[in-house]
Design a binder for this molecule. Structure first.
Ligand SMILES: Nc1nc2c(ncn2[C@@H]2O[C@H](COP(=O)(O)OP(=O)(O)OP(=O)(O)O)[C@@H](O)[C@H]2O)c(=O)[nH]1
Ligand SMILES: [Mg+2]
Length: 118
């Protein structure tokens, strides 16, 4: 019988974290996986490319967690980063939208919620 670690990434449920820059996506995923997987800072746009982490999530089994770049990235490469995040959305089974505490403007999250559910 194959070891759980042998499960190819594509066969694992994809659990991805989305949201604005600086909302706490990387901090959240680090807490869940229990390591400093993703770089955390107070500079908006710290995460530039998707970060993948395969692990076992009991009782579900083998999964892959994905950290993504912020959906409101307005830097020079912002549109390219958002396009990468959209590619992740297309292969995501469980989308977790992270909203910073006290952020009352949720139009962007509402927009992507509809895209994720569609
Ligand atoms: N007070 C507080 N600060 C937090 C929390 N989560 C994250 N932070 C801080 O918020 C800042 C941004 O956190 P990140 O996890 O890098 O946010 P991100 O969404 O990955 O940001 P980008 O990669 O830029 O899109 C950092 O300074 C964190 O220390 C939280 O729950 N409470
Ligand atoms: Mg980040």
């Amino acid at each position: 019988m194959a070891d759980l670690n042998d499960t190819p990434r594509a066969n694992r449920p994809h659990i991805a974290f989305f949201g604005k820059t600086n909302s706490g996506k990387s901090s959240t995923i680090n807490r869940i996986v229990g390591s400093d997987l993703a770089l955390v800072s107070d500079v908006p746009g710290t995460t530039t490319d998707p970060v993948y982490k395969s692990m076992e999530l009991l009782p579900l089994g083998p999964v892959v967690f994905i950290d993504t770049a912020g959906l409101d990235d307005t830097s020079a490469l912002g549109q390219a980063r958002i396009a990468k995040t959209r590619e992740v959305m297309d292969k995501t089974d469980v989308a977790v939208m992270i909203v910073r505490y006290g952020d009352s403007g949720t139009a962007l999250e509402e927009k992507y919620k509809r895209i994720c559910i569609a």
